[in-house]
Design a protein around this ligand. Structure first.
Ligand code: BES
Ligand code: MN
Ligand code: ZN
Length: 505
């Protein structure tokens, strides 16, 4: 989707649809008032008939409003003026784009930015609007023989800027959210590609392509041979069962001086998870094409920061492997040695995410990271615990946790902090090895995080379990959600602003 801005008299705007807000009890917003005045009280007349009152998310399309150049006016209910929260505003934006898709317009002028949102400024409203609109028109068509015709025609959305002095703020917000949306859409595309296409090799090729497109990006790929040599026995225990060679893909964005410590993102990139010898049941197994959504979100975030030219060093690592049963696959009971030197008893080969991640988390210590965040569709248990609204977050550092929580509130890509208490560690103790890769029935997401915590003691670290949030397995919205790219992008931007503030003081 293309975005632009427009100022001046809204009634004079030549557009196929002008979108204006109405508060509860038929209170018109400023632009709605202007249109009403030009049209000789037409909007108020319609409202008096009572078909629309201004309750949040109500919508009505008017055609040929007198003295208004727009062919259509889309009236949108905003609810009570003093109750318009950020979440509500974003929800309304999602419904607006859904409605705009159903009418045959090529362009539209959105005048909803003038609505005051509690605790949020204009830039915020622009960013959330663009994200909602981009998500609304996203479709995954890469695997169709020919792109299906669905009658959708919308190409351009203009944002109405009431005050000339706001122009720069809106332009900047459009630029930044366009970078972000490119990353989100890439994460969705990678996530949605099936296991026979999106292999570890495919991800490595995509990363190399990224390096070609952005001068700030360089890519290094560790092949299995090198990983063997580095002692990554845990990663290799997963990858060995597959015909597809595993890859550790290191994407570096150089935005600042080399001496500045990088923020490191590590993504679980299981391009298909059969469970291995601890085979998953057949029903629903296809959902495991999305078991690389953590890696996809890291990839998308790297694309977004490169596109944005964020003046900070960021490293993204994709731990990419396929989890297959085969004559060479790990057996339940196998004991392997990780790169850290600690040994692991593999009691269930379906708990493979932590095995590929632990070696990646050891490998990245050499970068002396400022912070490390790993992202993984790690456990079914997290879906039982939290459902699909927040991503579960664990941290060994309260500052990192607080920053992620704040980034989640700001971006609406929320996290919920879970306990990483020592008490849970006993569940993954092993009689034969230094630890087991599963911790029993109780608290499955927590014990998975506890496993990773044993490999991340040297730096400030957080773990995001996005099994419930990164994709929807079925239904009309089936597919990758692009989460938590928005969260990570917001987090990195906040870290950057913090370094700026520190440098200044
Ligand atoms: N990739 C799965 C977790 C998952 C399940 C992600 C459902 C998204 C939706 C992970 O590798 C896995 O299989 N976890 C096991 C762990 C268990 C064996 C301790 C699980 O959750 O059942
Ligand atoms: Mn698994
Ligand atoms: Zn998995």
């Amino acid at each position: 989707m293309k975005y632009g801005t427009r100022m001046g008299n809204a009634a004079k705007a030549r557009t196929q649809c002008i979108v204006v807000g109405v508060y509860d009890d038929a209170q018109l917003t400023d632009t709605a008032k202007a249109l009403d005045k030009e049209s000789g009280g037409y909007l108020k007349k319609v409202l008096r008939r009572g078909d629309i009152s201004g309750k949040a998310n109500q919508m009505m399309v008017l055609h040929d409003v007198p003295n208004v150049n727009a062919t259509r006016v889309l009236l949108v209910g905003l609810g009570k003026a003093d109750a318009l929260t950020g979440a509500k505003f974003a929800g309304i934006a999602r419904n607006v784009i859904t409605r705009l898709k159903t009418i045959s317009v090529k362009n539209a002028l959105n005048c909803l930015l003038e609505a005051d949102v509690a605790d949020q400024d204009l830039g915020w409203k622009v960013r959330r609007t663009i994200e909602a609109f981009d998500a609304g028109v996203y479709r995954f068509t890469e695997m169709k023989g020919k792109p299906p015709e669905n009658g959708e025609t919308l190409e351009t959305v203009e944002l109405f800027v009431a005050d000339k002095s706001d122009q720069d703020v809106v332009d900047d917000a459009i630029t930044i959210s366009s970078a972000l949306c490119a990353g989100i859409n890439k994460a969705k595309d990678l996530g949605n590609l099936p296991g026979n296409v999106c292999t570890p090799t495919y991800l490595a090729d995509q990363a190399k392509q990224l390096a070609k497109e952005y001068s700030s990006i360089t890519v290094k790929v560790l092949e299995e041979k090198e990983m063997e040599k580095l002692g990554m026995g845990a990663f290799m225990s997963v990858s060995r069962g597959s015909e597809q060679p595993g890859k550790m893909i290191i994407i570096t964005h150089k935005g600042a001086k080399p001496k500045e410590a990088p923020h490191v993102l590590v993504g679980k990139g299981i391009t298909f998870d059969t469970g291995g010898i601890s085979l998953k049941p057949g029903a629903g197994m296809h959902e495991m094409i999305w078991d690389m959504c953590g890696a996809a979100s890291v990839f998308g975030t790297m694309l977004a920061v490169a596109e944005q030219q964020l003046p900070m060093n960021v490293i993204g690592v994709l731990a990419a492997a396929e989890n297959m049963p085969s004559g060479d696959a790990s057996r339940p009971g196998d004991i392997v040695k990780t790169m850290s030197g600690q040994t692991v008893e593999i009691l269930n080969t379906d708990a493979e995410g932590r095995l590929v991640l632990c070696d990646a988390l050891t490998y990245i210590d050499q970068y002396n990271p400022a912070t490390v965040i790993d992202v993984a569709t790690l456990t079914g248990a997290v879906i039982v615990a939290l459902g699909s609204h927040p991503t579960a977050m664990y941290a060994n550092d309260d500052g990192v946790a607080a920053d992620l929580e704040q980034a989640g509130r700001e971006s609406l890509d929320r996290v919920w902090r879970m306990p990483l208490w020592e008490d849970y560690q006993a569940q993954i103790n092993s009689a034969f090895a230094d630890m087991a890769n599963i911790g029993g029935r109780e608290a499955g997401s927590i014990t998975a995080a506890c496993f990773l915590a044993r490999f991340t003691k040297k730096y400030r670290w957080a773990h995001l379990d996005c099994a419930g949030t990164a994709f929807k397995g079925s239904g009309p919205m089936k597919g990758a959600t692009g989460r938590p790219v928005n969260l990570l992008f917001e987090y990195l931007n906040t870290q950057y602003r913090k370094t700026l503030a520190e440098d200044a003081s």
